[in-house]
Design a protein around this ligand. Structure first.
Ligand SMILES: C[S@@+](CC[C@H](N)C(=O)[O-])C[C@H]1O[C@@H](n2cnc3c(N)ncnc32)[C@H](O)[C@@H]1O
Length: 263
């Protein structure tokens, strides 16, 4: 290994991977929101689990380009978005200025935010947990960041497990697009390889399940844990933009929202 790569850790690799993807991230359905139907489906999901903000303080971890942060802002949460990729944060800030929102976007590590303890009413994250290096320590940190009665809302999925239904869909899709070098998310073969290499190295390298998260949250003392595996309202709203294969794939994947309350 060359000298300059010696201290290059899995965390650096994850950070660089997302920084590379920041430029095109918002072009994908499933990342940015392109229809009011989808936006309303997200509002419904969030309010069902945690209600409206009424000025409560929310921390959106791994906020990326700020898609979830903006939903929270719309729902009247006083929102902070945190991400460790400067290029992601730059995109998020750009959008925040364009939308005239007062969301504060800050640079930081979701596993150790350096934010004041017992200071947030809500902590959200979409598609973060699957790449956490030390999820148990991270969840303990989030528990500490919440005020008593504060809530956690996790949106994630098992992107590793390929059920027979997914295998079939992928096989048909591959046959149709044999000579494509770029996938629907604008990812080149090289980016896909990095994605898969990261997936091999993270804690949930066998795939992330709602049950695994529930077990960790329960052990930490979270209460009122609610698991929602039916995200079909969101996926249906995304269907047209996703294309037929991706929509089918998404419908059979184990995707979920989990909310939990700090006593
Ligand atoms: C799949 S994107 C999701 C972005 C956003 N949550 C969304 O759903 O649109 C993953 C984001 O997580 C960020 N990320 C991953 N691990 C992180 C960590 N430990 N601390 C801060 N940001 C992290 C990446 O930089 C990237 O912006």
């Amino acid at each position: 290994m060359s000298e300059d790569r010696k201290n290059y850790t899995i965390r650096d690799e994850i950070k660089d991977y997302w920084s590379l993807r920041a430029e095109t991230f918002d072009q994908s359905v499933g990342h940015e929101i392109f229809t009011e139907t989808e936006r309303n489906a997200w509002y419904q999901l969030i309010t069902k689990h945690v209600g409206k903000g009424h000025g409560r303080k929310a921390l959106d971890l791994a906020s990326g380009t700020g898609v979830i942060s903006h939903l929270l802002f719309d729902l009247d949460f006083k929102t902070t978005g945190l991400d460790w990729s400067e290029t992601m944060l730059a995109k998020a800030t750009e959008k925040s200025i364009a939308r005239n929102s007062d969301i504060q976007f800050i640079l930081g590590d979701a596993e150790n935010t350096m934010q004041p303890l017992a200071s947030f009413d809500l902590i959200t994250m979409r598609h973060l947990v699957w790449t956490l290096v030390d999820p148990k320590a991270a969840m303990k940190h989030w528990f500490d960041l919440l005020r008593p009665t504060g809530k956690l809302l996790i949106v994630d999925g098992n992107f590793k497990h390929v059920s027979w239904q997914r295998q079939l869909i992928k096989w048909i899709e591959k046959t149709y697009s044999m000579f494509q070098k770029v996938d629907k998310h604008g990812r080149t073969t090289e980016i896909l390889e990095t994605h898969n290499r990261i997936l091999e190295q993270v804690y949930f390298n066998e795939g992330l399940t709602a049950n695994a998260i529930v077990e960790m949250l329960t052990n930490l003392g979270f209460e009122n844990i609610i698991v929602q595996t039916d995200l079909s309202a969101i996926h249906k709203a995304q269907a047209k933009g996703l294309g037929w294969f991706k929509y089918l794939d998404r419908s059979v994947q184990h995707r979920f929202a989990i909310s939990a309350t700090k006593p």
